[in-house]
Design a protein around this ligand. Structure first.
Ligand code: UD1
Ligand code: CA
Length: 470
């Protein structure tokens, strides 16, 4: 079937019904994450680059959980395979939704997560150009263990032999089946019905289709992928770690090529959607996650974690800071040991020092909160000095209340600001105060017990005279 532009229609099926026994997990295998994104959603993303007429996911083991994980995805359908009797049996479950359709079926595996869009486009192009009944994506690898091997006769693919069914000689073949195929829809369903389960696992192997097609004299082609890393399959936790490393290394290489210094790329963990500007230096043990954006010429010191945060230019984030949903303007200095929580904004040139926590708080330009503070639900103006140990008491057990500190104010150390409360422009708060009412512009707010000194008290205590009761 061709669409309006005269291009062959492409339908995608993704196999995701297997249990993934070798993962030893209660989580379905395809929902395990590679650098922050599940394997299945990575596969769906690469499928979309084909602009397919349909995407069908075959679910089975923990079907509901897999389906729920795809909730945010538009335009995908599901079919259920129950019980799970092998990859050929899995593909057969998609027959009812694709009957009457012609064109190309691209079959993907939910556990081959690094597949690139352009690789898939290349597969469909080669398949269409050859007019083949099936085109198998293959790769030449150093460690073929676990994969199906491509057995050739006279150069052409004759069949695929699974690891468990391979003779010692076949096991030495280094060309493997990537588990990704393009099929002409026409001969597919009747051929699938002819697959038997007489093998080491007693399963219906999709890979048997190749020898069936060869017997029927249907054209079977192969396409070898340029970079074998792109088609690595994940069956175990150690393979999961391997593919995670591949993604990380690719991202780190891109960052370095774009002018970012990574002191130690092996211990730098940057998710794919993160952006970092040139001349920023990233130290070991740094995690940049989600939608994080870091500007240029920043210094991100060791063991910092930024989640969904935006950092301007020339910002220094010292060791052991955690920022989640925070926005930091140019030239600010954060940490060490600071915690910036969602909806926090740190203004230009502001400073947040050690053991300071900010939540839903704006700290204005040039302001400082350098030591041991909790600032929550606060709006703090420009050039404010927040002394050590200042705490906004924002929560009364039921509701959260706001603290406002206006430009140029000075909050003495060890102050509690009992919200809702306002400290006016240029006002001072005396150290050790519990501020329960507003402090007007330019005023001094102070609230603490008056000090009394008892002369000679220590000497009398030592001699046992006492007498004052103190
Ligand atoms: C499969 C291929 C192998 C190939 C490798 C590439 C077969 C028989 N073998 O082996 O040639 O080298 O992939 O990674 O096809 N699934 C179902 N229902 C089932 C069984 C599996 O949906 O009944 C799904 C799994 O969830 C998985 C995919 O199919 O996403 C592949 O299954 P898996 O058991 O991992 O096959 P491999 O042994 O890796
Ligand atoms: Ca697999």
């Amino acid at each position: 079937m061709t669409n309006k532009e005269g291009v062959t229609e492409v339908h995608v099926v993704i196999l995701a019904a297997g249990q993934g026994t070798r993962m030893k997990s209660t989580l379905p295998k395809v929902l395990h994450k590679v650098c922050g994104q599940s394997m299945l959603s990575r596969v769906v993303r690469s499928a979309r680059s084909l602009n397919p007429a349909s995407i069908t996911v075959v679910v089975g083991h923990q079907a509901e959980q897999v389906r729920a994980a795809c909730e945010g995805e538009s335009r995908i359908g599901f079919v259920v395979q129950e019980p799970q009797l092998g990859t050929a049996h899995a593909l057969r479950q998609a027959e009812p939704v694709l009957t009457g359709k012609s064109g190309t079926l691209v079959l993907l595996s939910g556990d081959v997560p690094l597949l690139k869009g352009h690789t898939l486009l290349g597969l469909v192009e080669a398949h269409t150009r050859a007019g083949a009944a099936a085109t198998v994506m293959t790769a030449e690898v150093d460690q073929p263990y676990g994969y199906g091997r491509i057995v050739r006769t006279g150069g052409a693919i004759a069949r695929i032999v699974e690891q468990r069914d391979a003779s010692p000689e076949q096991a030495r073949i280094r060309e493997i089946n990537a588990g990704i195929y393009a099929f002409d829809l026409k001969p597919l369903w009747s051929a699938l019905a002819g697959i038997a389960s007489a093998n080491a696992q007693g399963e219906y192997y999709l890979t048997d289709l190749i020898s069936i097609y060869r017997r029927q004299k249907l054209a079977v082609e192969t396409l070898q992928v340029g970079d074998p890393q792109d088609v690595r399959g994940v069956n175990s936790r150690s393979e999961l770690a391997d593919v995670g490393k591949v993604v990380r290394q690719q991202k780190n290489a891109e960052l370095m090529a774009a002018g970012v210094t990574l002191i130690d790329p092996d211990t730098t963990y940057v998710e794919e959607n993160v952006e970092v500007g040139a001349d920023t230096v990233i130290h070991p043990g740094v995690y940049l996650e989600g939608t994080t954006r870091v500007g240029s010429a920043c210094e991100i010191e060791a063991n910092v974690r930024l989640i969904d945060s935006v950092v301007g230019n020339h910002v220094t984030i010292r060791n052991f800071c955690v920022l989640n949903g925070a926005v930091v303007a140019d030239g600010a200095v954060i940490g060490p040991f600071a915690h910036l929580r969602p909806a926090t904004e740190v203004g230009q040139g502001a400073r947040v020092g050690n053991f300071v926590e900010l939540k839903k708080t704006v700290l204005g330009p040039g302001s400082k909160a350098n030591h041991l503070s909790y600032l929550g639900d606060a709006v703090i103006g420009a050039q404010v000095n927040v002394g050590a140990g200042t705490i906004t008491c924002n929560y009364d057990g039921v509701n959260k209340h706001r603290t406002v500190i206006e430009d140029g104010a000075f909050i003495g150390s060890d102050t509690q600001l009992i919200a809702p409360v306002r400290v006016g422009k240029g006002a001072y708060v005396g150290a050790g105060s519990s501020i329960t009412g507003d402090v007007p512009d330019g005023a001094l707010g102070i609230s603490r017990g008056r000090q009394t000194n008892v002369e000679g008290w220590a000497e009398r205590k030592k001699s046992g005279a006492g007498g004052t009761g103190e």
